[in-house]
Structures are given as structure tokens and as C-alpha cells.
Write a protein that binds this ligand. Structure first.
Ligand SMILES: NC(=O)c1ccc[n+]([C@@H]2O[C@H](COP(=O)([O-])OP(=O)(O)OC[C@H]3O[C@@H](n4cnc5c(N)ncnc54)[C@H](O)[C@@H]3O)[C@@H](O)[C@H]2O)c1
Length: 364
């Protein structure tokens, strides 16, 4: 059998997430070959030398890598505040882009990335919403699209990261867009995907009528100064008749929980309600219990691999991407409205063109 052509892939940003992507791309995506990696930190490049094929080129400057490594596609997994300029640079240099979520920390930069990509229609750019590639979420989506749940009216989600006493996410807050964007964008994207937005909305330009969010600094009062929270709750009223009720937390005690529930007129379906890591049931001095995943990286281990495989197939076979940049922009917009609501204490409304009405203007 003739050997299949492999996609030549590079990665920028080899931190917590980038190292997982690099190993997955290097060893678990048969149609791809990692040709180069880039990080501004020496420690990350040392990690690459120890963990990847020695032939992989290492760079400290992304533009140098885009121009000189021979890569055809790049996975960008730097902190979010660097996403927009790197994505635009990669696209301008002719590389297909798989970008970690969200597009950027603010809406203007996100919109600029979308507009820039539109100038290069032959380049494929996808935001890595890994939860869309989870086996259970894919099964739920298929059931929804087959009409099994009936008319969907409620989406609930509980997304909790295990508490990290080092306070990593306090520094991270400045470059991540804060709790409602960094954590919330996954669940807002799922709500949009499950309910087929924007086509399910009477006016596809306006997906949301209003949102309301509250937040707390349960363990980290320092977050108040950054106008961020370690726990947040929100309600989103979508114009397609679905309400989303979401809880985000960075202070989970037992592990990483990503519970979702979709309520329709015919069925109510939950994914991961018990948060069990496996089928073990342990009986000991604590009673009867199960264990749960400690991180989202463990929980979505297979989804992280599948998203790389799907992106690679789409580029090599020139087929449409399953997530559009416009999807990612819309999800970010809702998350920004949640942040505004949390900071102002007001509900935030959207106009008929889908633009956020700033809370002060809405109250006049
Ligand atoms: N999908 C998920 O579930 C999930 C989980 C965690 C993080 N993420 C996303 O992944 C991204 C990275 O998060 P992280 O926790 O891995 O961050 P991190 O801080 O651990 O890693 C970022 C890396 O990027 C490098 N970097 C920064 N600027 C660079 C540049 N200009 N050129 C080259 N390298 C550069 C840093 O040196 C660092 O090694 C974020 O956007 C985050 O939202 C997604």
C-alpha cells in the first residue's frame, strides 16, 4: 500500500496544554508529523528534546518557525492573550491553524482574527473546542439532531476545576480573560452546538436576548482587584427558546467535574452526572465511593486526540471544519456579556443585530 501523505505540523506554546497536544500530535495522529515546536521558555524546548522525536526543530521565535520550518499547519497553545497576533501571523504565512480556546481575551481582537482569516479562504482555522469531540457529547448531539430529545428548553452545566492552592489561576487571570471567558466558553459553545445556533434562532443575527451573572471570591479574595471570580453562576436566555444555567468553579474539592444536562420535551439527558473516572466502586472506611478525574486533561483525554485527528483530516482532505471561527466569536461574545454582567451587577441585553448593549446604556 502506498504510504499516505502526512500533514507537517508545528506547535507554538508548550505549557500545560501544549505539551499534551505535542505528545498527542507526535504519537497518536497517524496522518500528521510534528516537524517543529516553538516556545519562548528554554525549559519548554528542553522538554521537547526529551519527549519528542530528536528530529523535531526547536524555535524561540514563532515567525521564524512559520517561515522556516516547512510546517503546513500550526497548533497555537500559548496563553490566550497571545492567541490573536500569533494566529494572524500564521495565517499570513500560509499556515492552517488549530487554535486553543478562546480566540482572544477580548471581542475586538477576536473579531479581527475572524476578519483576517476571511481574507485567506484557502487557509483553515479552527478553535479547539475539545468538548465537541468527546464520545458522550457526540452521542448526545446525534440524539438531539435525530429529534430524540424533542424541543430543547434547558441546558445545564457544572464545570469545576480542582482547587489549586498555588493560586496559578490568579496570575493566569490576567492573560486568560477571567473565569466567565476562560471556563465559560466551553459550556456556551456546547449550548450553541447542541441547539444548532444560529439557524435555530428566529433572527439568526440575535442568538441571545439577555444574560445575568454573579461571581464570588470563595478562596481567593485577591481576584476582586482583578474583577475576576473563582466561582460564578449565570443564566443565559437564548432567542431559540433555550435557557442555559451554568456554574463555573476553580475551587472543586474532589477533582474535575464537567457535568451537563440537556432537557427536551421528550427526554432529559445527562453527561457525566456522577463524574466517575472509571467503573470502580470502592468500599472502605469512608463507605461506598468512586473516584473522579483530577483534571480536564484526564476527563477529555480521548477528545483531545480526536480533535487533532479531525482537524488533520479536514486539512489533508480539504473538507469543511466542524467548528467555524464565527462559532468561536459568538461564544466569546456571550462570555464577555457574562463578564460585564458580573462586574456591573446588571443583566446584559443584546440588540437585534447581536450586539451587546452596555449595561449603563441599557439603564438610561
Ligand atoms: N481545552 C482545554 O480544556 C484547555 C485546558 C487548559 C488550557 N487551555 C488553553 O490553552 C492555552 C494555554 O494554556 P496553558 O495552561 O497551557 O498555559 P501555560 O502558561 O501553561 O503555557 C503557555 C506556554 O506558551 C508559551 N508562550 C507564550 N508566549 C509565547 C510566544 N510568543 N511564542 C512561543 N511560546 C510562547 C509560554 O512560554 C508557555 O510555555 C490557553 O489559551 C488556555 O485557554 C485549554
Amino acid at each position: 500500500m502506498a504510504e499516505q501523505r502526512k500533514l507537517r505540523v508545528a506547535l507554538v506554546g508548550l505549557g500545560r496544554m501544549g505539551q499534551i497536544h505535542a505528545k498527542n500530535y507526535a504519537f497518536l495522529v497517524p496522518r500528521a508529523e510534528v516537524v517543529a515546536v516553538c516556545d519562548v521558555r528554554d525549559a519548554s524546548l528542553e522538554w521537547a528534546k526529551e519527549n519528542l522525536n530528536p528530529a523535531v526543530q526547536t524555535f524561540k521565535d514563532a515567525e521564524d518557525m512559520f517561515k522556516n520550518s516547512g510546517a503546513e499547519a500550526v497548533l497555537i497553545a500559548t496563553e490566550t492573550s497571545k492567541h490573536a497576533p500569533l494566529t494572524e501571523l500564521a495565517i499570513s504565512n500560509g499556515l492552517h491553524v488549530l487554535l486553543e480556546k478562546p480566540i482572544a481575551v477580548d471581542i475586538e481582537s477576536s473579531r479581527r482574527v475572524v476578519e483576517h482569516s476571511q481574507k485567506y479562504p484557502h487557509i483553515k482555522t479552527m478553535v479547539a473546542f475539545n468538548r465537541r469531540f468527546d464520545e458522550s457529547n457526540l452521542a448526545l448531539k446525534a440524539a438531539i439532531d435525530a429529534g430524540d430529545l424533542g424541543k430543547i428548553h434547558l441546558f445545564r452545566a457544572w464545570t469545576a476545576d480542582v482547587y489549586d492552592p498555588s493560586g496559578f489561576f490568579i496570575n493566569f487571570s490576567k492573560s486568560s480573560g477571567g473565569l466567565f471567558t476562560d471556563v465559560g466558553v466551553h459550556d456556551v459553545d456546547l449550548a450553541r452546538w447542541f441547539t444548532n445556533m444560529p439557524s435555530s434562532c428566529p433572527n439568526p443575527k440575535q442568538e441571545v436576548s439577555k444574560v445575568f451573572a454573579v461571581g464570588q471570591q470563595v478562596r481567593h479574595p485577591e481576584l476582586r482587584e482583578l474583577q475576576d471570580a473563582d466561582n460564578g453562576d449565570c443564566i443565559i436566555e437564548f432567542t431559540n427558546g433555550t435557557t442555559a444555567v451554568l456554574h463555573f468553579s476553580r475551587t472543586g474539592r474532589n477533582g474535575s467535574e464537567t457535568f451537563i444536562e440537556v432537557c427536551g420535551t421528550e427526554q432529559r439527558v445527562a453527561v457525566n452526572p456522577g463524574a466517575e473516572k472509571n467503573k470502580l466502586q470502592i468500599r472502605d472506611k469512608h463507605g461506598v465511593r468512586t473516584e473522579c478525574h483530577q483534571t480536564v486533561m484526564d476527563r477529555f483525554k480521548d477528545a483531545f486526540i480526536r480533535e487533532l485527528q479531525v482537524f488533520t483530516d479536514c486539512v489533508l482532505d480539504d473538507t469543511p471544519l466542524p467548528v467555524s471561527l464565527e462559532d468561536a466569536l459568538q461564544a466569546s461574545k456571550v462570555c464577555y456579556a457574562l463578564t460585564l454582567s458580573f462586574r456591573s451587577g446588571q443583566p446584559v441585553y443584546f440588540d437585534e443585530n447581536g450586539n451587546i448593549i452596555p449595561p449603563s446604556a441599557a439603564n438610561k
